[in-house]
Design a protein around this ligand. Structure first.
Ligand code: F6R
Length: 260
């Protein structure tokens, strides 16, 4: 696992965008796994800036959302379908027909979840999965004690997650109680994982994910099982990492031949 500590959110966004741009320059039809929420916003904004400047073309890329609320109307401004359309698909110039979001309104949610994993497999899998991390250690909406072998499925959002996401809704009661989320097993099949976190509120979860035991109580600790993971955090989110100095030392001395 590569852990990169950068001064602030702006640098985290630029670093993440560099990683995505590098993958797309090698594979213009790359498949991206798209997290929503605040954490990847800097990456998306920086990618959008490059697309607008004409220095990056993402029109061949496909995307798969990590998750979607159950029961939320697709045109609700906080449905992840709407968020991705607004913050990612349009500003990054992605083809809407190549971006999928789990269908949280499907009459048969279990079938929709199975279909979703099939659709990911049908395009050959995800090249880079962008991830945020919940303050309780979730990735996607795999709440604590999710199985490391889990596939896309229905989950109940933890009260902490609903409280954290209430900022996006008119009232805390409006936050949906259930979601469809890629499973930890689904996420681990991506060829590369890029987790971003900013702020003190994420420090404990980041430390547990990176340096704690691999345990279902911290779903993000599943990242330790993947061969190609980059965790990019600002100083505040890094503040509980015991080996922070070692990560800085390693990053500063990374030879050019080792760069992706
Ligand atoms: C979003 C997702 C979640 C968020 C996490 C952090 O699609 O799957 O795991 O990444 O809840 O949310 P933010 O970034 O808003 O702090």
């Amino acid at each position: 696992m590569e852990v990169i500590i950068l001064p602030g959110a702006a640098e985290v966004g630029r670093f993440g965008a560099d990683r995505i741009a590098a993958v797309v320059s090698r594979a213009p039809r790359a498949v991206l796994g798209l997290a929503t929420g605040s954490s990847p916003q800097g990456i998306y904004a920086e990618l959008a800036r490059r697309v607008a400047a004409g220095t990056l073309d993402l029109s061949g890329v496909s995307g798969f959302a990590l998750d979607e609320y159950v029961g939320i109307p697709a045109d609700h401004p906080q449905s992840y379908a709407a968020v991705l359309d607004r913050d990612v698909v349009r500003p990054l110039g992605l083809a809407p027909s190549r971006v999928r979001v789990p269908d949280g309104r499907a009459p048969d949610l279990e079938a929709a979840a199975v279909d979703y994993d099939r659709a990911i497999a049908a395009v050959g899998g995800v090249d880079v999965q962008i991830l945020g991390i919940g303050a309780n250690g979730h990735i996607g909406f795999n709440e604590p004690t999710s199985s490391f072998a889990s596939r896309t499925r229905i989950k109940t959002l933890a009260p902490r997650t609903r409280a954290d996401n209430a900022r996006f809704f008119a009232s805390p009661e409006e936050v949906p109680t259930h979601c469809l989320t890629q499973g930890l097993g689904t996420i681990l099949e991506a060829r590369e994982l890029l987790l971003v976190a900013q702020g003190e509120a994420k420090a404990e979860a980041v430390a547990a994910a990176v340096e704690g035991p691999v345990a279902a109580i911290c779903p993000a600790s599943a990242l330790q099982l993947h061969r190609r993971v980059c965790v990019v955090v600002d100083e505040a989110a890094a503040s509980r990492l015991r080996l922070a100095d070692y990560y800085r030392y390693t990053h500063a001395r990374k030879p050019d031949w080792q760069r992706p």
